[in-house]
Design a protein around this ligand. Structure first.
Ligand code: ATP
Ligand code: MG
Length: 173
């Protein structure tokens, strides 16, 4: 990636207490694959990919204008998606989450950001590159999602690092 571009995504960060609980559970499951670092657990809302630095200001302004509603997110399904992503998923997607994702996509399109055409699949990745495909019930980890953020993804020798470039509240319903 050129130094003039930023690898960006909007996400719901997993609160630290929930991340600790989720990782403690995951690490007892003997999943194969590469575990996601505790600090990196998140649910992607929109993956922007490489964006010119000049676009960052407009993205921050756009996000600050989004009027989303807070919701409870309950991740009660263990699934394996794509090429070996072991995930937690919600059995039911809160309407406020679907609306937030749709609103972000609309505003991003208006800024000329083209998103992946695949439909939104709410998931929190626990491990990657797994050869087994575990699935079933999960303990039902839950948190109150009351903000979202814009993250910069940087590849480092120690693994990918995410830095929040902005965070915005979701209003009480
Ligand atoms: P790495 O790619 O170094 O293993 P990563 O996948 O966590 O780490 P990114 O590739 O920057 O880091 O991705 C950031 C987030 O966006 C992750 O949740 C990832 O699953 C998601 N993502 C990446 N590429 C896409 C894509 N093409 N479409 C939708 N989501 C994506
Ligand atoms: Mg990736």
């Amino acid at each position: 990636m050129s130094e003039e571009s930023l690898r960006l995504f909007f996400a719901l960060p997993c609160p630290p207490d929930q991340a600790t609980a989720i990782c403690a559970w995951r690490d007892g499951q003997a999943f194969d694959g590469r575990p996601v670092a505790e600090a990196n657990l998140h649910m992607t809302l929109a993956f922007l990919g490489a964006q010119p630095k000049e676009r960052l200001e407009a993205l921050l302004t756009m996000a600050s204008g989004i009027e989303g509603t807070a919701f409870d997110l309950r991740l009660d399904r263990l699934t394996t998606i794509g090429k070996g992503f072991i995930c937690l998923q919600p059995s039911t997607t809160p309407q406020a989450l679907s609306r937030l994702v749709a609103t972000l996509a609309e505003h991003l399109a208006a800024l000329g950001v083209v998103l992946d055409s695949r439909p939104f699949l709410p998931h929190l990745t626990l491990a990657r590159q797994a050869r087994s495909r575990p699935s079933g019930a999960a303990p039902g980890f839950a948190w109150h999602a009351d903000h979202f953020g814009l993250y910069l993804s940087t590849a480092t020798p120690g693994g990918v690092r995410y830095d929040a470039l902005g965070r915005w509240p979701l209003a009480a319903p």
